[in-house]
Write a new protein. Sequence first.
Length: 404
Amino acid sequence: MEFFKSTNIDFLGKKWYFLTFSLIFSVAGVLSMAFWHGVPLGVDFRGGTLVYVKYSHTPDVSAIHGDLDRAGLRNARVQAYDQAHNSNEVLIALDIQETSEQALDRGKTQIIQALESHAVPGKQDLNNASSLTIANYLLERDPLHLGTDAGPRYTAIAQSVVDDRDKAKGGVLGSLDELKSVVDPAVVASLGDNFFVSDFGIRNVEIVGPQVGQQLRKQAILATLYSLGGMLVYLALRFEWIYGVAAVLTVFHDTLITVGAFSLLNWEISLTVIAAILTLIGYSNNDTIVVFDRIRENIKLLRRDRLADIVNKSINQTLSRTILTAGLTFLTVLALFLFGGEVLRGFSLALVIGILIGTYSSIAIAAPILVAYQEWRGERGKKPIAMPLRSGNSPTPPKEKVKV
């Protein structure tokens, strides 16, 4: 199946338009990383505390920011996620980087205190109370008059309350009345004397220590550099060294624009984003190698043609294949971006940007680098290395393809 047959687009003739486009987006990304948003690293890399909060209604992110600011948590990041499924959950990232149990409790307590803007004075929040807290209160009040058998019974009742809240109600009770079908009404009435029901509940608290974050940053950089180095060596052996250099420069161009886009949008770069970038390095190089392989074949057949004409012809011959493969892949990652939820939003955005830029750069960046280098060697009076690639194996070119 081919979308385009016998195309004759002068891609190299438009190289200055391509260069201008790449410069605009590359420079914008570099300026954003240098002066505006920097490189917005996620908690995975910078370290910190992640607090997952479940609401009984659609959360207002701006209102949450306001509550956190008033509580002194001015560097907190708030991100709503899984909006497609109306889960009413937000992720709050704090800069608390200690890895102790006390740090976990402190982060949770700070969030609860900041978000309880409508707390009832003198009462505890049942949506954020532990089973131990509930059991101790019931044991003290003994609403069922159990006497000596009170300890195990109230522990079981408290656990039933927490299980109903966290499992049946998704982490948030709407009111105390919802417990009447779970525990004795006398227990519910007693809980109402000391507890109130807020509109949120802390689902989970996680910590990434600063040493772990630093190690992950180092490993992410090394993984990217190793992949670039491996591709340079492979292409230098498979084709010629200039092909490897062109491919690596192209991938660097793609990575710079992708990371720059995240900086411009101020979206955090997490481990999943790094995984997407590494995936794109391979994907972009795959497209580039397809074009390079066709160039090598055509150089053997069209030895008397100018390299620029051979490159143009090769790009046109592979254009249909490029559009088909890139188009289908793009539709897949676009669906992931639109419907995959907030957790995968950064990963899918990196893929969306990378596939567009990677496909573009295989045509508009990698191929012109070959021609520019060839022309530079010609101006210096040096022997061209790009054609022919391997001597002794080139067939006699067909007469109709030889320029006179």
